[in-house]
Write a protein that binds this ligand. Structure first.
Ligand SMILES: NC(=O)c1ccc[n+]([C@@H]2O[C@H](COP(=O)([O-])OP(=O)(O)OC[C@H]3O[C@@H](n4cnc5c(N)ncnc54)[C@H](O)[C@@H]3O)[C@@H](O)[C@H]2O)c1
Length: 273
């Protein structure tokens, strides 16, 4: 047997400095795992609470060392507290990243929230908070990434949108969320055009129903809903976070180096119905 690598070398995240927001749990944490599994050893975990970001960073360091056989001195995974809805907080996080690593190559904006109210009853302050996190937070995260990537020759930014950018979910009511995710998808396309000449690529990744704390909170209030979601999904199941591993590594790595302004949907076929 040949000892050639069994995947295209362009999919490797080796030597790249990566950062993920909302990475203490859920999809963000899984994106970090996928990067480690693809050879990344310089990683920044951003989340609201420092204790949770640092605990996730420790877990990821241990994964790299114990499971994937890296030496401890090769691995640098740090956890930083950051509220993405606050531009000063985002700027401070990037200042720490640049001080610690000197560059940033791949950024995933995964922090986001969902709440379910009818539009007629949605409290204005809750809708504002959702847009501050899901839209403005993604904008600050992407803009600060580009500001730091451009002087170093470019990079890849992935904005986590949702299938809700393309369809209206039923039966649960979530108009501001759906609108926020459509905004994220179009932010990716628009920023991609602005930064294309600087070799900063911006794409969006739109998951369908994935099993995380975000969806579990909704399902705990309405156990019947899970079978409704499964019935509406052609593949007949919810996604597991690791179902997104291939797409996130593709978008973050050089495997997608001529791709910008695109959306990848990973939704078990939901949107084609
Ligand atoms: N789970 C799904 O089915 C699904 C489907 C489509 C899209 N998405 C999107 O994927 C992303 C991740 O979702 P998830 O399921 O992992 O959610 P989750 O609730 O499990 O995790 C979200 C993380 O973001 C963090 N966060 C929230 N507000 C923040 C803020 N202001 N600053 C920094 N961090 C903050 C939370 O602390 C948490 O760790 C979200 O943008 C979500 O809209 C999820």
């Amino acid at each position: 047997m040949s000892d050639r690598p069994i995947t295209l070398p362009t999919f490797s995240m080796q030597g790249k400095v990566c950062m993920v927001t909302g990475a203490a749990r859920g999809l963000g944490l899984e994106f970090c795992r996928a990067f480690i599994e693809s050879g990344c050893t310089s990683l920044i975990v951003l989340d609201l609470k420092e204790s949770e970001a640092k605990a996730a960073a420790d877990e990821l360091s241990a994964l790299a060392i114990e499971h994937f056989g890296y030496e401890a001195k090769e691995v640098k995974v740090i956890g930083i507290a950051c509220d993405v809805s606050s531009e000063p907080s985002v700027k401070l996080a990037y200042a720490t990243i640049m001080e610690t690593f000197g560059r940033i190559d791949a950024v995933v904006a995964s922090a986001g929230i969902v709440e379910n109210y009818s539009a007629l009853d949605y409290p204005a302050d809750r809708a504002k908070l959702l847009f501050d996190i899901n839209v403005h937070g993604v904008f600050y995260t992407a803009r600060e990434a580009a500001r730091n990537m451009i002087p170093n020759g470019g990079g890849s930014i992935i904005l986590i949108s949702s299938m809700s950018a393309n369809i209206v979910n039923i039966p649960q009511l979530q108009t501001p969320y759906n609108a926020s995710k459509a905004a994220v998808k179009h932010l990716a396309s628009s920023l991609a055009v602005e930064w294309a000449k600087d070799n900063v690529r911006v794409n969006s990744l739109s998951p369908g129903y994935m099993m995380t704390k975000l969806t579990k909170t909704i399902l705990d209030k309405d156990p019947e809903l899970k079978s409704t979601w499964e019935r509406l999904t052609p593949m007949g199941r919810m996604g597991n976070p690791e179902d997104l591993d291939g797409a996130i590594v593709f978008l973050a790595s050089d495997a997608s180096k001529f791709m910008t302004g695109s959306e990848i949907r990973v939704d078990g076929g939901y949107c084609v119905l």
